[in-house]
Design a protein around this ligand. Sequence first.
Ligand code: CA
Length: 553
Amino acid sequence: MPAPGQAITSRLVPLLTPGNSEPQTHPMKYVLHSLIATIACGLCTPASFGQSALNRAVRFADHMEPSIPHEEQTTIADEKLEALKKSTGKRPNIVWLLVDDMGYGDPGCYGGGITTGAATPNMDRLAREGIRLTSCYAQNTCTPTRSAMLTGRLPVRTGLTRPILAGDKLTVNPWEGESSLPKILEESGYNTLLVGKWHIGSAPGMRPHEIGFDEHFGYYGAQKETSQAVDPSRYPDLILDAEKFQRYQAIGEDNGLMHGFADGTLEEVSTVDSIEDMARADKVLTDFSVQKILELSKSDKPFFLEHAFMKVHTDDYAHPDFVGMSASKYPYKDALCEVDMEIGMIVQALEDAGVLENTFISVTSDNGPQMDGWPDSGYTPFRGAKGTTWEGGVRVPGIAYWKGMIKPGRESDDVFDLMDLFNTSLHIAGAESMVPKGRYIDGIDQTSFLLHDQGQGNRECVFFWFKSNLMAIRMREYKSHVKVILPHSNLMHIDMATLEDTGTAPWLFNLYIDPKEELAVGHRMNAWLASLGAELAAHAATFKKYPPKNVGL
Ligand code: CA
């Protein structure tokens, strides 16, 4: 793999040369060549690298992503946290509720719900009584988002640039040299638990109970990796052909329900032998989380629970008790209704345990809907889908709820990257001084944004990557693409698409007037074009000092 820094800088010439200007004569070209040359020769550190005057962010440390300073809001948020700690005598619990492949347009509070045949009263209530983020970003697929949330680092830095699939053999354990959020929280005195989907490596040394979680109860892969071994109606060519099926089984993934502990104890609780086993999985996981919440709430230690649903990733099968639960009656919609009900059960368990007011809760999805699986897929109002860096692939629902701590009814379009949950969770836990050093951290502490009653976002830019390609940047309502994924058939964003350079100029969109990214505004309203290029160059420069890892994906 070429060093991403080199790949990026080679892309900056067209990126930073506006429109059809003659490359040899445009004055910007000279400046940019100088910038690129500076990056390329390694003389320029991220701290000294320029950013546009319009960029409000400040780089407070060489290895930390720049953030927008909000001193007063930070002070007030910290006072709130301190007051809570005094009243409860315990640091807060942290609960992440992560749905797989749920679309931006699926929950009712994002325009879906009853409109699209699947009511989501629980997510809607959390949004109504907490904060609803309208520009919350994931990576474009499962493994990259999940690993980024747990490390605060872009997938291109950790090497976890795409989903790990059956048969993949990594050359390096990607967790080597990383400090996961559960590991840091465990060291600071938290109980740490993952319930549900992992999908960041099933080989020894890469499993959740080996990288920082005290306990994991769940599955290593996505639903589809399991269902293709048990659904002969969908996969007859594999399951009904004994020779092929034997070869498939020989690649030997652990597809059952696993229960692992940090002391190395690992048990396969049950295997998935039928569609019905798959359909029942999420209810089993939720019952486990509910029971663990009641148990952990009695401990002297606070807890971090990541509950990662198996649904609504294709292939969805309705739980026998919830067939037809949705108005739509389609399996995806029944799955969405089930997940929403289970989110309600988990929040209820926190209330029953008497810890709701001392628990930060986030609800989100790990990427956009997988339109390649339609109609077993979610909905997005935006262009593109899972597997792309168009808004449809990366903009996800983002709800944060904390009774008494987050003012009900808040909404914000300030940008939020799911990696920010890494830094934010450490701050909430009082462990912000334990943010790792010696490696680049892309997450930003958004605690004050969420906790201050009129909080403003602390993040200025979001960078979008596809594998090891820097694709695009968003800053305020502007988004500029230097590479894009283009489908060659309707909805085929993964299975029939190409990765292409934008060519003569970056494609700049104003998401407020063109949320579907249909018509670039470069030459009509391009005041920010150069500044976005400067931000991309500064971002690229961070890879010179902090080189990315290649783990063989
Ligand atoms: Ca996913």
